[in-house]
Design a protein around this ligand. Structure first.
Ligand code: NI
Length: 178
């Protein structure tokens, strides 16, 4: 089932999500919904808080041309190693009509669990490294807007308010959103 994606400035997006104590059937179903919602958006990644569930779960697929072959579903992901620096132009399914360059680690090693309770370790560089860090940020109540300058953030806030005042919904964009 495709879920509604919460959008900035929805308060739940600022909340630190809790660790999953046990993976049950309901959660597995929710994770499948997250995958469906991510592909439908379309987006490269989605974190559970974005669909209103404040738990530490993320899904990612950086290769939509071969949908599913690189699909990742990670429960309780933790960044175990990070290295280097990369600047990437990021957007977010929860942030309308805005992209900005963000500096992140160039390589990360993320540990966590699959929905069938296997331990996994995912190493990512490039877009995968960026997307892993972006999604884990969502679990910590952070958006990429929190990683840009205050000036840029305030400009965006003003633009968003004006957009809402005008009752104007921006057209869907084509670039990959995380
Ligand atoms: Ni996002």
């Amino acid at each position: 089932m495709i879920r509604r994606i919460l959008r900035y400035p929805e308060p739940l997006l600022k909340k630190v999500a809790t660790a999953v104590p046990q993976i049950d059937g309901a959660l597995v179903g929710t994770i499948d919904d997250m995958v469906e919602t991510m592909y439908a958006a379309p987006g490269v990644g989605l974190a559970a808080p974005q669909i209103g569930l404040s738990q530490r779960v993320i899904v990612l697929d950086v290769d939509h041309e071969n949908k599913g072959t690189h699909l990742l579903k990670i429960v309780n992901p933790v960044i175990a190693e990070r290295e280097g620096e990369i600047v990437w132009e990021e957007g977010c399914l929860s942030v309308r009509d805005y992209v900005a360059e963000v500096t992140r680690s160039a390589r990360v090693l993320v540990r966590g669990y699959t929905p069938d309770q296997q331990e996994i370790a995912i190493e990512g560089t490039g877009l995968l490294a960026v997307a892993l860090q972006h999604e884990i940020d969502h679990l910590d109540g952070k958006l990429f807007l929190d990683r840009i300058s205050r000036l840029k953030r305030d400009l965006y806030r003003r633009r968003l308010k004006k957009m809402e005042r005008d009752g104007r919904e921006p057209p869907a964009r084509r670039e990959s959103l995380i």
